[in-house]
Design a binder for this molecule. Structure first.
Ligand SMILES: [Fe+2]
Length: 368
């Protein structure tokens, strides 16, 4: 089987690995993008180690980074002529930092690249990513998901030069993550592992990683949420990283295709969106990929594909995530926007095609 595997950056995994970051940076001034939650740790641990460099710390990265926020972050980096950008936080902080690193030395606005009016012309600043949640895989992938608050559109800027130069997955950074965030981001990682495995673009290398990723997260997510147990959280962090390595090769599927416009329209956290959509879409995908889904089910539950889907629903309930979009106010009037904006690359790598009518039917079932 022909196979291509592309992960150009350096990836470090393990407890305490974050402490090696200062020695891995390129020369120059440093822009750090982090979330409010991580600011104190960054100030205590990282800033003293960067003495001698000019450092700008931006700690108010918004969820699903809006284009104006990213413009502001790029301006902060240009002010100090940053040579390095560090994204330290959840997927949103990392995606905002990744975009800033990619576009800092490019001309034009963020919107130009978001809407494809301009193409990224080459490698941006040195970029390091350190995730504090186990789920998005933003530290591994060459794309950043942004939103345009004016149009409500949520989509990726993607370029092969956007891979992090250094990704440090240090599970200790996830240990104080609140249970609700752990549950949602874990379901994102589980979905990413499963969708990568079932993707039409999967290859032998991505499949091996995706299977192990899905099994790690499926097995350890409940103890990671309930007990904040370091061994369980370490395993979920590992699964999240492996899932991202896999889907960076294979792409994703219909959960992400439908989830992006739905999440941006109704402000549903991405991992929650994945948790609600995953079982419904696995059932609809099953006839198109029964053989692979039975292999996956063998890994996850040592039972049939149908039993695996039921077990995923049970896990969703056990970690406290909803089974439908009722609390987010999904209504039929939203369907046109979701159908119109769901035809991304993720939908193209899904094991089967869904007609517009079928997407509407799926949404109707999940209105609650
Ligand atoms: Fe995702």
């Amino acid at each position: 089987m022909n196979c291509e595997f592309h992960l150009p950056g350096r990836i470090l995994f393990g407890c305490g690995e974050r402490r090696g970051l200062p020695g891995l940076l390129a020369p120059g001034n440093v822009l750090i993008v982090t979330g409010r939650h991580s600011r104190r740790r960054v100030e205590a641990e990282l800033l003293p180690a960067l003495e001698g460099r000019t450092v700008r710390l931006v700690s108010d990265a918004s969820p699903e980074p809006p284009i104006p926020d990213v413009e502001r972050i790029i301006a902060a980096g240009r002010e100090i002529d940053a040579g390095c950008v560090i994204g330290w936080g959840g997927g949103s902080a990392i995606d905002a930092a990744k975009t800033a690193a990619a576009l800092m030395r490019q001309e034009g606005s963020v919107a130009d690249y978001f809407y494809g009016r301009r193409k990224i012309g080459g490698k941006g600043c040195f970029f390091a990513a350190l995730p504090t949640t186990a789920g998005t895989g933003a530290e591994i992938t060459p794309n950043a998901v942004l939103t345009d608050p004016e149009t409500g559109i949520k989509q990726s800027i993607r370029h092969d030069t956007m891979f992090a130069d250094v990704a440090i997955v240090d599970p200790e950074l996830t240990w104080d993550c609140p249970p609700g965030v752990t549950a949602a981001s874990g379901f994102d990682a589980l979905t990413q592992g499963i969708e990568s495995y079932l993707s039409k673009k999967a290859n032998v290398a991505s499949e091996a990683l995706a299977l192990k990723a899905a099994a790690d997260v499926f097995t350890m997510l409940l103890p990671a949420v309930r007990e904040s147990a370091p061994p369980a959280r370490t395993m979920v962090a590992e699964g999240s990283m492996l899932a991202a390595m896999a889907f960076a090769q294979s792409g994703l599927g219909s959960v992400h295709g439908i989830g992006h416009p739905l999440g941006s329209l109704l402000h549903v956290p991405h991992g929650v969106c994945c948790a609600i959509l995953l079982p419904a879409l696995l059932r609809r995908n099953l006839p198109a990929c029964r053989e692979k889904m039975e292999v996956l089910a063998g890994m996850l539950v040592q039972d049939s594909a149908e039993a695996m889907i039921a077990a995923i629903e049970e896990l969703r309930r056990a970690v406290g995530l909803p089974e439908n979009f009722s609390r987010y106010g999904l209504k039929e009037e939203h369907f046109d926007f979701i159908v119109k904006n769901c035809r991304s690359g993720s939908m193209k790598s899904n094991p089967r095609d869904f007609s517009d009518d079928e997407v509407r039917m799926i949404l109707k079932e999940l209105m609650g």
